[in-house]
Design a binder for this molecule. Sequence first.
Ligand code: F6R
Length: 240
Amino acid sequence: MKTIFVKDYDEMSKKGYEFIKEVIQTKEEPVISMTTGGTPRGIFKLFVEDINNGLDIRDTTIMNLDEYIGPKEAVYTVRTFMYENLYNKIHVQPKNIFLIDGSTNNPAKEIARYKAILDQHPRDIQILGLGTNGHIGANEPGTPFDSTMFLAKHEESTIQSTMKEYGITREEVPTEMLTLGFTEIFEAEKVILLVSGKHKAKAVKALLEGEITPDCPATALRNCDNSIVIVDEDAASLLE
Ligand code: F6R
């Protein structure tokens, strides 16, 4: 694992986006797996700007690493996020858009469907954000490092973050997510974890200075040569 220290959120976004752009410009049929939430909003802005200025994504496949259980059109879904922050803002669409269906009443079937897509589309890059409890995707603390795509239950801190991020109430907030496991996450050629803000400083300390353990899921990145963590000054503020 390599760590890149940057000044602030904007620099983190620029650095993270450089890796995506490089994949698009160098691979014949690029496959990018994105994350959603507060962390990648800056990356999506840069991506939209570039696409609308001519960056060619007609051979690119874009997919996501997780999806909340709930109606497709809900404000918090990964699908809604991807359309609002990317697909509705660009004039040319990617070759393939793959999304997990969180409205399913048969999660096992949906997992099998999406896993077949994953098998056919090895990822060049997987973008990740970091939970305040150290989660990646919806692999919450305690998830074994050999997890494969599964239906995850959120911890209380994750539920609170979702309420805040999407301005929704306790009654509205989803508590479960279909998520790639560590296994599928680390199949990507490059795994990029982006972290910004003081509220992530404790998780960053556990990630970079603590023991490698499922209690801090992101520490799995330390076992992985192809992983890069991009951390801003606020997020790094508790490091020794
Ligand atoms: C979202 C996801 C989550 C977030 C994490 C950080 O698709 O997979 O693991 O990346 O909860 O969320 P933000 O970026 O909102 O702080």
